[in-house]
Design a binder for this molecule. Structure first.
Ligand SMILES: [Zn+2]
Ligand SMILES: [Zn+2]
Length: 177
């Protein structure tokens, strides 16, 4: 992580913590969250946008809190202006885990809902699509219905469109409008 990325991550953290104080979280809890090391996921991650990593050997059924967290990793692309609001929501989601809720149970959902930005929450699907598209080198195009599937490899005439049974053709990513 370079200096600029570290600063960017720090700003995102401040944004989330300020919002959490507005929501009503107490300063003790938020300052503990602020101490947790932040990092990045692998560049080619698409499905996972953020991960909370507990210290090894922690009993996930016991009493948990920020002290049990080794680190939180976020997708780098969440720092891009376009995805920042979603990035704030993802970091908040991870902080909800850090506050002692390792799974997405009822207690977790109750806290998570306090964020109140439905728009940011729905952006998850779009962010995954965006990452897939970005990582893709080839688009498999159906010449009949024009459906396009972004993939890492060429299809080499081995795949058919599920809808119209036509053999898909390879189009390099940059050649598609
Ligand atoms: Zn989660
Ligand atoms: Zn088709």
């Amino acid at each position: 992580m370079d200096f600029e990325e570290a600063e960017d991550l720090e700003r995102l953290k401040q944004q989330v913590i300020e919002q959490m104080l507005v929501i009503g979280f107490d300063e003790g809890a938020t300052s503990e969250l602020g101490e947790i090391t932040l990092g990045f996921l692998r560049r080619d991650a698409t499905q996972r946008h953020g991960v909370t990593r507990f210290h090894p050997g922690v009993d996930l059924k016991g009493e948990l809190g920020p002290k049990n967290i080794r680190r939180v990793d976020l997708h780098r692309e969440l720092l891009v202006a376009e995805w920042r609001d979603y990035g704030a929501y993802v970091l908040y989601h991870e902080y909800c885990h850090c506050l002692g809720h390792p799974s997405h149970g009822k207690d977790f959902r109750a806290i998570e809902r306090l964020w109140g930005d439905d728009h940011a929450r729905k952006m998850g699907r779009r962010f995954t699509d965006y990452l897939r598209q970005r990582n893709a080198v080839w688009n498999w195009l159906c010449p009949t219905c024009k459906a396009v599937h972004a993939r890492r490899k060429r299809s080499n005439g081995r795949y058919k469109c599920r809808k119209c049974d036509s053999i898909l053709v390879d189009v390099a990513n940059s050649n598609l409008a």
